[in-house]
Write a protein that binds this ligand. Structure first.
Ligand code: C2E
Ligand code: CA
Ligand code: CA
Length: 783
């Protein structure tokens, strides 16, 4: 019962009106301030008018088969309702953030349309009776409302494909309402029915509808122009952004939803894609595993970028939203992580390698050892930890400098590397200390064989540096797993103990750990702690051993020898604790005490007698040695000539320049300096040239064999002759027999020391010796 041409016109007006409303609505959304309100109102009126015009065109196309007319007041109300209802729905929809809010906005729009329809229907008068079928009216509303709800949800969607469905859905909702509504109406012609006076004929309302339709078409044109302008603006903004983006080092993707709109040069280069070929691709195909719109802003993520060749490139991405041409776009910044990851890997490697030699460092060695001992299978396989320490390396550092020392360490590392099998691991633990993890040692012999080989390759040939030959040796400590320890810390500790023992028992040897080393270590510790206490509690005392003049037999001096009066062990010999005191640095306070005590004691002796004090190499590293001596002399009014300092070769061996300076300073004071234990070292003569000693004390080991052993006798005689030539006096140490005494005197030495003259005595013992016998007790006929 409808006029088809008018129906089509109604559809067109509806479509044009919807387009105009949306286009003007978008324009309003892009605008600000009053323009926004103005265009918003226009959009609302346009949408209401669209619904109203569509409704009336369709109503006009309806041929009821009897005269019809419109009630103008109701007609006006229906238009108002349409504008209010639809306007309210649309304005809610603009602010709506959530989907359900969009849906509610759609429902309100639907209610507006339904009100318009049924009030409009009521304004439609026919010459007859109208009967309503509620069975169709109710479903028409119930069906059309959710459809318009869905339509508004589609409007708010970020996906443009879904957005395209909005207008057809709205159209469908209106159509459902209209056609069901019309079908629900049954008209019966009744000539008795009269139209009210106010009724307007359909012909009269036609120009109004046409006018509204025309206005909608004009608005649509406006909207279209706005749309075009906005699109041009967007293009321009994008172009500008792209130009900016191209100077960025980081890769930049500009996306609309998940689709890449623009990409800069950097990301094209990074991904290996042709220029311009990234546009139109899904961002997720380039960066799989990245939820472009779901990822929070300003939060960096590490993902892989798939390059054109299909390779994974590690990247870090950051998402930001920007408004381009009033449109929200996503910018994804992509930073190449390859270089950083490589640097990190390099740094990790550096952290575990010794930069000087390129060998593993202590941390890595420990980790590898831990790994090896931890795995069950490997635990059954024996392995050996060898620790080695270079002998005489300190001298290289001291005499040639640290740079030379570093070069030599590099050479040592090369030699060690060449002796190892591929499986074995070698590390530099620090200084001149190396460690080797020997794997698959079937029997202990393998570790010993390796230790021997190491000793040989270090000692066999000198290390050549700038034409200079440097002779080194190696001491090795061995711990075998699982016998000498299970965990890495235990194995390393025990290998270290063995190394310590190897060094103590003379350099250039190797030693395997055994349980007695633990005992020795405990002993050392107890001596160390005991010695600290001894110093604090005055358990130390000095004994004095007299020295006699070889010609007159008079006691000319006494050597101060320290004793430890231990509360449980009794008198402890210095040979048991001096070494430990030197290693732990306790020798410095101990030495100070000896200097003070010996000077104070010597001040009570006859003025013709001097006192001799032993000085350890470690004491020379103490800067206040000279001032301590000066203070002790002054405090006791002891003439410097009455003090003799005994030093061994060891003193000159280490840190020569500093030591020589100190010795010279002391000599300038008038203090005399003796070379002790002469003949036990290995290059004594060169040391004699370096410093003008006042006296040489010939070591006991020579005297023990005279006069029966020809060689020793010859050496003693030669040393005495040489000393005379150099203007130094001599003391023969350790004289126990008259035979030895006679020989020494005959050889021409100046003073004699030894049990024959007197054993070391405590201070009262020495005092009474001096008082009773100015001369030595057992002086032979010569005296
Ligand atoms: P030294 O300086 O060579 O001292 C001489 C050692 O030989 C002393 O042993 C002494 O008792 C011993 N002796 C002396 N005459 C004879 C003899 O006829 N026959 C034998 N068999 N031995 C003799 P002592 O007192 O046990 O001292 C050992 C070492 O301890 C000393 O050797 C010295 O190097 C060191 N020492 C002792 N007191 C001190 C000290 O106050 N400071 C430092 N730095 N070292 C000290
Ligand atoms: Ca001495
Ligand atoms: Ca000596």
């Amino acid at each position: 019962m409808h006029d088809a041409r008018l129906m089509i016109a109604g559809g067109l007006v509806c479509a044009v009106g919807i387009y105009a409303s949306f286009a003007i609505g978008h324009h309003a959304a892009r605008a600000t301030g009053r323009a926004r309100t103005r265009w918003g109102l226009v959009s609302i009126i346009a949408s209401g008018s669209t619904a109203w015009a569509t409704h009336f065109i369709v109503l006009l196309s309806f041929k009821p088969g009897m005269p019809a007319a419109f009630e103008p007041a109701l007609t006006a109300i229906s238009l108002t309702c349409a504008i209010i209802g639809i306007g309210a729905g649309v304005s809610i929809s603009i602010r709506a953030r959530q989907r359900w809010q969009q849906f509610v906005a759609g429902l309100i729009v639907g209610i507006g349309v339904a009100t318009l329809h049924y009030i409009g229907q009521a304004a439609y008068l026919v010459q007859g009776t109208v009967a309503w079928n509620l069975g169709l009216v109710v479903p028409s509303v119930i069906l059309s409302l959710p459809i318009s709800g869905l339509a508004m949800m589609a409007v708010g969607s970020r996906n443009r494909h879904i957005r395209l469905a909005a207008a057809p859905l709205l159209l469908l909702s209106i159509a459902v309402l209209h056609f069901c509504g019309m079908a629900a109406m049954t008209l019966d012609f009744d000539p008795a029915v009269k139209f009210p006076e106010s009724a307007v004929s359909p012909l009269a309302i036609t120009p109004v509808v046409a006018g509204v339709s025309l206005a909608l078409i004009v608005l649509a044109v406006f909207g279209w122009r706005f749309d075009l302008a906005a699109k041009a603006r967007l293009r321009q903004d994008r172009q500008r952004l792209r130009e900016l983006a191209d100077v960025a080092l980081e890769g930049l993707l500009i996306c609309q939803d998940d689709v890449i709109v623009t990409a800069n040069d950097s990301i094209e280069f990074l991904s290996g894609h042709e220029p311009g070929s990234l546009s139109g691709l899904f961002a997720s195909s380039l960066l799989p595993g990245l939820d472009v719109s779901g990822m929070p802003e300003r939060e960096e993520r590490e993902v892989n970028l798939i390059s054109a060749e299909g390779k994974n490139v590690p990247v870090r991405v950051l998402r930001r939203e920007v408004t381009l041409g009033h449109k929200i776009q996503t910018v994804i910044a992509v930073r190449d992580q390859r270089e950083r990851l490589q640097t990190e890997a390099k740094m990790r490697l550096l952290a575990f390698t010794d930069s000087l030699t390129g060998l593993a460092n202590r941390t890595r060695f420990f980790d590898l050892l831990a790994l090896h001992t931890a795995s069950r299978r490997e635990r059954d396989r024996p392995c050996a930890v060898l620790m080695l320490d270079l002998d005489r390396f300190k001298a290289v550092n001291d005499t040639l400098g640290h740079t030379a020392g570093d070069i030599v360490l590099g050479m040592v590392a090369d030699r060690l590397r060449s002796t190892l099998r591929g499986e074995d691991i070698i590390a530099r633990l620090g200084g001149d200390e190396f460690a080797i993890l020997q794997l698959a040692t079937d029997e202990n012999d393998a570790a010993f064989a390796l230790a021997t080989r190491i000793k040989e390759i270090i000692a066999a040939r000198p290390f050549m540096l700038e034409g200079q030959a440097i002779h080194l040796g190696a001491s090795v400590g061995i711990a075998l797993a699982p016998d000498d320890g299970h965990d890495p810390a235990e194995l390393m500790r025990n290998a270290d103990l063995a190394l310590y023992a190897a060094k103590a028992s003379g350099r250039g040897t190797f030693r395997r750990y055994d349980i007695s080393l633990d005992e020795q270590m405990r002993e050392r510790r107890s001596i160390e702690t005991g010695l600290r206490l001894a110093l604090a509690e005055g358990q130390l005392e000095l004994h004095y051993q007299p020295l006699a003049d070889a010609k007159t037999g008079n006691i000319t001096s006494a050597e101060a020898l320290v004793r430890w009066n231990h509360p449980e062990r009794g008198l402890v010999s210095p040979t048991d604790f001096i070494g430990i005191a030197e290693e732990t640095g306790l020798i410095v306070p101990l030495g100070e005490w000896v200097i003070r005590t010996a000077c104070a004691e010597a001040a009570t002796w006859p003025e013709t007698m001097s006192v001799a004090i032993n000085l350890s190499p470690a004491q020379f590293r103490d800067r206040s040695l000279v001032s301590n001596i000066v203070e002790a002399l002054q405090a006791n009014h002891l003439a410097p000539e009455r003090l003799e300092l005994e030093v061994t070769e060891g003193v000159l061996l280490s840190d020569e320049t500093g030591t020589l300076e100190t010795l010279n300073q002391l000599r300038k004071l008038g203090v005399r300096v003796s070379m002790d234990d002469f003949g036990t070292g290995y290059s004594s003569l060169s040391y004699l040239r370096k410093f003008p000693f006042d006296k040489i004390k010939i070591d006991q080991s020579f005297v023990r064999q005279v006069p029966h052993d020809e060689e020793s006798s010859a050496i003693v005689r030669a040393i005495i002759t040489m000393a005379k030539c150099l203007g130094m006096s001599t003391t023969v140490e350790g004289v126990e027999t008259t035979e030895q005494f006679d020989f020494s005197v005959a050889a021409g030495c100046d003073t004699i020391q030894g049990y024959l003259i007197g054993r070391p005595l405590d201070r009262t013992g020495l005092a009474s010796l001096i008082a009773t016998r100015g001369k030595a007790a057992h002086l032979p006929a010569a005296a």
